[in-house]
Design a protein around this ligand. Structure first.
Ligand SMILES: [Zn+2]
Length: 451
């Protein structure tokens, strides 16, 4: 429909609550500030019912990352930001991770705040996580979703935006799943929670968010750093051609910095920040490994390399971290690990987006493999991957999956005998693996082709 694919739709969800199309931003800009006390009407209660349903759908579809330690951590940081003696009608604060590798976060007006695993893994410390949560909390505190929903004109506009953006048709991968679920429940909620509110409400959420951070003794300048991390376009997909008038990250960085002014706690010592980073990365290591797998599943290979490298830098002797970096390089295949300057221009991104809309990742890979550059990349990536797999197997607590990875690498490189050995080692070392049958089939195929 309208020639927009899932991939392009996902592009628009980047950067927490960031994007609102130009016309929408203008029309939605005049939402009034919340009244002293918010009185629930029928339309509000209907919306509440829908978002409660949405929470249930996220759980039922396995989109909520079900890890007690991660949920407890998010809950603790989120609750520490809430104003004291707060009692908001129909709000139950729940901070959870959503299994989605796209760096984004959103809040439902019932107090459910979701941070995508892709954003948790991207951030460098707890203060940055707090900045994201504080922004989302403000949308709930100030009843932004309800206010936007009360205006029929804005609601119709939301539906029109959905139509303009096209079919919500996730074609595999988890990245599109959250969007698909939300769209199925309510296109309006999709627009306000994922695409973001008007510029004014987004700005309010940023600035009030900085206040909440300061009150909870988080250095508010870390919000600037979180926004800067988000503007690091690893996948070359932050397109400006469709949403060319929403608040750009650079504008947000500018006004957030200005607002900070004297409030900025510039004395946060480097040593302290480093300590905070280590503590944070230790807490999010497990969820990040999970996210790296999701990124690979969603063909976000460069992101997988970027995040895995971050964790190898953090703990260079961790067999698991090195395994994930190996896995990322192997699946990168014929692609380059990083995009070059000229691939990050708007016109190159547009071309790449068009290509992604037309080709599956497998077709894209095949096309690249047919080129010299693709062959060179594959050679460099497979050498790197092999080196890393072998290194990870020599360290303490090696991961059996490294043998599976090597098996796949050798199979793809035509090194049949070595492939057979590695698959066999994996099956021996991981008798309960979920993909056991699949690997057994690959092993059989290799054996029969080799004999
Ligand atoms: Zn927002």
């Amino acid at each position: 429909m309208n020639g927009f694919s899932r991939r392009q739709v996902i592009v628009a969800t980047l950067c927490f609550c960031l994007a609102v199309p130009a016309s929408a931003a203008r029309l939605m800009a005049q939402a009034p500030p919340p009244k002293e006390e918010f009185k629930f009407g029928k339309a509000d209660l209907d919306l509440l019912e829908q978002v409660n349903l949405l929470d249930k759908r996220f759980e039922r579809e396995g989109l909520v990352y079900a890890d007690d330690a991660t949920s407890a951590y998010l809950q603790r940081v989120g609750e520490s930001l809430l104003p004291r003696d707060l009692n908001l009608e129909h709000v139950l604060w729940k901070f959870r991770a959503l299994r989605d590798p796209v760096p984004n976060a959103f809040a439902l007006p019932n107090g459910s705040v979701y941070v995508n695993t892709g954003l948790i893994a991207l951030l460098d410390n707890e203060s940055q996580l707090a900045s994201i949560l504080a922004h989302e909390i403000t949308h709930v505190l100030n009843r932004h979703t309800y206010l936007q929903n009360r205006s029929n004109r804005k609601k119709i506009l939301a539906i029109n935006i959905i139509n303009a953006v096209g079919a919500w048709n996730p074609v595999g991968g988890v990245a599109g799943l959250a969007i698909g679920v939300i769209a199925a429940v309510s296109p309006f909620i999709l627009v306000s929670t994922i695409f973001g509110y008007s510029r004014d409400l987004e700005k309010e959420a940023d600035l009030k968010g900085e206040d909440l951070m300061a009150a909870a003794e988080y250095p508010p300048e870390e919000m600037v750093k979180a926004l800067t991390l988000l503007s690091n376009d690893v996948e070359g997909e932050q397109l400006k051609w469709f949403y060319n008038d929403h608040p750009q990250l650079k504008d947000r960085i500018a006004y957030v910095t200005t607002y900070l002014g004297s409030k900025a706690n510039k004395t946060t010592a480097a040593a302290e920040l480093k300590r905070e980073k280590s503590a944070y990365l230790a807490k999010i290591e497990t969820v990040s490994h999970h996210d790296i797998q999701l990124a690979i599943n969603a063909a976000r290979f460069r992101t997988a390399v970027y995040l895995s490298q971050k964790f190898v830098d953090f703990k260079p002797d961790s067999a698991e971290n090195i395994f994930w970096l190996a896995e990322s390089y192997r699946t990168l295949g014929a692609r380059s690990p990083e995009l070059k300057e000229k691939e990050l221009t708007n016109s190159s991104k547009k071309d790449a987006a068009r290509k992604r809309a037309k080709l599956t990742p497998e077709e894209e890979e095949r096309e690249l493999m047919a080129t010299d550059v693709g062959q060179q990349n594959w050679k460099a990536n497979r050498q790197k991957a092999e080196e890393l797999y072998l290194k990870s197997l020599k360290l303490d607590n090696p991961v059996p999956m490294a043998h599976r990875g090597l098996g796949m690498l050798y199979e793809k490189s035509g090194r049949t005998k070595e492939g057979i050995d590695e698959y066999q080692k994996y099956l021996d070392l991981a008798p309960d693996a979920l993909d056991r049958e699949r690997i057994q089939r690959r092993l059989q195929t290799l054996k029969s082709s080799g004999s």
